[in-house]
Design a protein around this ligand. Structure first.
Ligand code: HEM
Length: 453
């Protein structure tokens, strides 16, 4: 049935996605667009997700993860419990911002106010989720003027945290660096503290390439992030669009950036948090994984080639995604459509990844057991129906970022486990909760134990 919905018929995305349009930039998003518009976007952004290009992002993954390791190091000394999912959410948001926009963002930090991009994203996310969990009054979000105004303000604030970089990249792609340079010089002049949103480079200040005052992005000189801005995913896409003769307006570009930020961090954070949880419950598996990391990386920061050799770490990631798939898809069949004799026309069709991934008829009696080894048995795995495992969905609308996500998750696990072990500090076993995507209900609280080399 999943094959028919996702491949044979490839039904369009459901109207239910409109509940989080504010997070993904509306209908123009790659996640929700359809037909020729979707196809064109996918072609424009595809080069940024090819393995050859993704390999060049590994130093961005590792330099950001180093920031997490420094926090974990201190927590291992103070013996404080760390909210693992939260730390990973900030880390992966910082990573996706940097690789998409080409500037290092200091989202993960121990002290000081939250980064404006993170805080505005979370404010928006919380209100979207609140409405999603309040059936019956969701309509008030768009139709009661004060509620609609509040949403508009929050969306505007979120947009303000990134629009200045997008404009900078657009100007570069149009070959107007001289204009950009003078505006960038202006942006480097310190601004008075405590400026209003509008003064901070928001939509009201749409012509300037200013970053929000105080924090914002880390200047390249301050951080040894090795990726250049003209090689970021957005610049690459703008170059591809130019070669294809496609004009992308600011709204379309903004929607794609928001979509990558939305789809490209929480999902990976959840996967790694669940992996850490499962490993804390399965020491034999952890030891086996750590041994592989030791043999391949020998205590050094992993390179792209090392990551390709970390087979067992890859199995841990696959098994985590089987047990705890973070995202799904909802489609809508046109009126009059039937599926196995049922009238499905006009009804949202949710593909239940969790149920598919844990079905004993598809996976055997150990379907509920975390067993990465199952992925090493190529013959048995080859016999499992291709649609029984779909953490990244299937068909033409599958996840564009799946190779990215696996590479990133492997990097994080390799670096975290070469230095530390983690002990689950929750009083009850973890359970899954949903906030558009799913993640550990208790936030995977962990005690950090430093490894003796
Ligand atoms: C473990 C991590 C990830 C998981 C489990 C995941 C899962 C998924 C799923 C299930 C879909 C289908 C959604 C739908 O039909 O509505 C999807 C689509 C998508 N994902 Fe991911 N994703 C992950 C990471 C990423 C990353 C890192 C990026 C970007 C850097 C990304 C970008 C996207 C985009 C843009 C789409 C829409 C693709 C299209 O419709 O053409 N995802 N993802």
């Amino acid at each position: 049935m999943a094959r028919e919905v996702l491949l044979t018929k490839n039904y369009p995305k459901s109207f239910t996605y409109s509940s989080f349009y504010s997070l993904i930039g509306g209908k123009k998003s790659l996640i929700t667009s359809e037909g020729e518009a979707w196809h064109q976007l996918r072609q424009i952004f595809n080069p940024g997700f090819h393995y050859q290009y993704l390999k060049s992002l590994v130093p961005v993954f590792t330099s950001n993860t180093d920031r997490l390791l420094r926090i974990l190091e201190r927590k291992s000394v103070s013996q404080e419990v760390v909210p693992m999912h939260l730390l990973l959410t900030k880390l992966t948001l910082g990573i996706i911002c940097e690789v998409v926009l080409g500037e290092p963002f200091e989202v993960l930090k121990e002290e000081g106010p939250e980064h404006s991009l993170y805080s505005s994203y979370m404010e928006l996310m919380n209100i979207v989720v609140w409405y999603l969990n309040s059936p019956g009054i969701e309509w008030t979000r768009d139709y009661l003027p004060w509620n609609a105004y509040r949403m508009w303000r929050l969306e505007k604030k979120y947009t303000a945290s990134m629009i200045w970089i997008i404009k900078k990249r657009l100007a570069e792609s149009k070959g107007t660096p001289e204009v950009s340079k003078s505006k960038m010089l202006k942006a480097l002049i310190p601004k008075p503290a405590g400026g209003s949103m509008e003064e901070e480079g928001g939509p009201a200040c749409i012509t300037a390439y200013q970053q929000p005052s105080g924090e914002g992005v880390v200047q390249k000189t301050q951080m040894s992030s090795p990726h250049s801005s003209d090689a970021c995913i957005l610049s690459l896409a703008l170059k591809t669009a130019k070669e294809k003769g496609v004009q992308m307006d600011l709204d379309t570009v903004l929607a794609q950036v928001k979509s990558f930020l939305f789809a490209g961090h929480d999902t990976t954070a959840s996967t790694v948090a669940w992996a850490v949880y499962e490993l804390s419950c399965n020491k034999v598996i952890e030891d086996k994984m750590v041994e592989e990391i030791r043999q391949v990386c020998g205590g050094a920061v992993p390179t792209a080639d090392d990551l390709s050799k970390l087979t067992y770490v890859g199995c841990v990631v696959k098994e985590t995604l089987r047990m705890w798939p973070p995202a799904g898809t909802t489609r809508i069949a046109p009126k009059g459509s039937t599926l196995k004799g049922y009238d499905i026309g006009g009804h949202p069709l949710y593909i239940p990844h969790y149920c598919l991934h844990r079905d004993p008829q598809l996976w055997g009696e150990d379907a509920d057991i975390f067993r990465p080894e199952r992925w090493l048995d190529e013959i048995k795995i080859g016999q499992v129906d291709a649609y029984a495992y779909q953490p990244f969905s299937k068909g033409p609308r599958d996840c564009i970022g799946q190779t990215f996500a696996v590479l990133e998750a492997k990097t994080l696990l390799a670096m975290m486990y070469s230095k530390f072990s983690f002990q689950y500090a929750g009083s009850v076993p973890e359970r899954q909760t949903f906030q558009i995507t799913s993640h550990p209900l208790n936030g995977a609280p962990m005690r950090v134990i430093k490894r003796t080399q």
